[in-house]
Ligand binder design. Structure first.
Ligand code: PGA
Ligand code: ZN
Length: 424
């Protein structure tokens, strides 16, 4: 059973406050977990509790969330012997009692959910990915494969000061047969892109939130062209060895029924045509948030147009929320879930979101956030939950490398096949 929960306000990779919680069990086992934070967030995400005091961190302080762990949750949860992660998470949900976790804060609740998971894994003397594996498989602790990586190369949208409309151009090292090979390929492509960026724009600009390059591209399509050119300069063949994944993050440039894509003003049908045209001309295998989170009406048309060939991922659309996933399955809105645990607030609810998506035959990309910490639990989650893809940002910042390095460590201990995707 839990004997104490203590939380601390720490800073994330953008320098904004977040929460780190330590969970101590009766036998003295102790473990901590830190919680990330998004910037291009979906409207339906669980509530991240912020203090709102403009004198401190522009209102983004997390002292109230910290206090909720140290008092309410500590008092209510200590000495109860939880038989499972589900029981603990149910208690967290009940103690909060609000529909979107605004009372105690999804950040506070998730920090306890994951610190508890890590403490139990430590008590069982198992790596965290085995414990995560157990949560979805019941009884089977052994992971069977690694996810295919989708790695940020170029950033736009809210992660890069909106110099272009779309948010991420990601590299998919499809020919790689291991995590190690994936990172070797990505390093080649990243440095080819950095050299070309320097030659073209006179700068490397490593300032986007997830560490991607973010030069002042003329428009969104220039990012796609630059990505293909970088893959070729690195000596790989686009469409055979390496593919592209895009996060359009279209909710963030959708106004009054129109998509403000760079200097265009597209209707939803024109937007679908535009994306289809990109998918014909570039080696794109995954399209995330191609339409806005509340444009439910047009998602099935996007899925019909492209879903046979590529992954149509819902991030803002779904917010890792089982109700929204159910709606998307019923309306055939997409064929993939972008899973971010802090969009829903407990491990058990995220596991339910995952199994719903899997039961519908969808693929699941496990993703970190644009504001991350040096904690690496997301890497264990991607392995333990057998993610089809793992989206963790660029290879240039330590909050990202904490996860990539953890994958390398797991791979060194236990080489496993990497998901074959796309089928080339
Ligand atoms: P966020 O961005 O963490 O800022 O929400 C990531 C994404 O949109 O996938
Ligand atoms: Zn996204």
């Amino acid at each position: 059973s839990i004997t104490s929960l203590t939380a601390l306000e720490i800073l994330d990779s953008r320098g904004w406050p977040t929460i780190k919680t330590t969970c101590t069990l009766a036998d003295g086992t102790r473990a901590s977990a830190s919680i990330p934070s998004g910037r291009s967030t979906g409207a339906a995400e669980a509530c991240e509790l912020r203090d709102g005091d403009p004198a401190r961190y522009r209102g983004k302080g997390c002292r109230q969330a910290v206090a909720n762990v140290n008092t309410t949750l500590h008092e209510a949860l200590r000495t109860t012997a939880f038989a499972s992660q589900q029981e603990l998470d149910q208690a967290l949900i009940a103690l909060d009692g609000s529909p979107n976790k605004q009372r105690l804060g999804a950040n506070a609740l998730l920090s306890v959910s994951i610190a508890f998971a890590r403490a139990i894994a430590a008590q069982q003397k198992r790596p965290l990915h085995e414990y995560f594996s157990y949560l979805i498989r019941e009884q089977a602790y052994q992971p069977t494969r690694f996810p295919r990586l989708t790695i940020n190369l170029f950033s736009g949208g809210r992660h890069a000061g909106k110099q272009v409309a779309i948010q991420d151009v990601l590299i998919v090292p499809s020919a790689a047969r291991s995590i190690d090979e994936s990172l070797v390929m990505m390093n080649d492509i990243y440095h080819a892109a950095a050299d070309r960026t320097f030659a073209r724009y006179g700068m490397r600009l490593l300032t986007a939130d997830e560490g991607g390059l973010a030069p002042p591209f003329e428009d969104s399509e220039a990012m796609l062209q630059a990505a293909v050119a970088a893959i070729e300069s690195a000596g790989w063949q686009p469409g055979r060895d390496v593919h592209l994944a895009l996060d359009i993050a279209a909710s963030h440039f959708y106004r009054d029924g129109r998509y403000l894509l760079d200097d265009r003003r597209l209707s939803p049908l024109e937007m679908i045509d535009h994306l289809s045209d990109w998918c014909r001309r570039y080696p794109i295998v995954s399209l995330e948030d191609g339409l806005a989170e509340d444009d439910w009406q047009h998602w099935p048309l996007l899925q019909q147009a492209l879903g046979e060939k590529i992954l149509i991922l819902g991030d803002d659309l779904l917010c890792t929320n089982p109700e929204r996933i159910r709606r998307a399955i019923d309306s055939r809105a997409c064929n993939g879930l972008l899973l971010k645990v802090n969009q829903i607030g407990t491990l058990s609810e995220a596991a339910a979101a995952r199994s719903l998506a899997k039961a519908a035959g969808w693929q699941v990309t496990i993703s970190v956030r644009s504001g991350e910490t040096e904690d690496n639990w997301a890497a264990d989650l991607a392995v333990g939950w057998a993610a089809d893809q793992f989206k963790n940002g660029s290879i240039t910042q330590s909050e990202r490398l904490a996860k990539y390095n953890r994958l390398l460590e797991i791979e060194a201990q236990r080489p496993l096949p990497i998901v074959d995707w796309p089928l080339v």
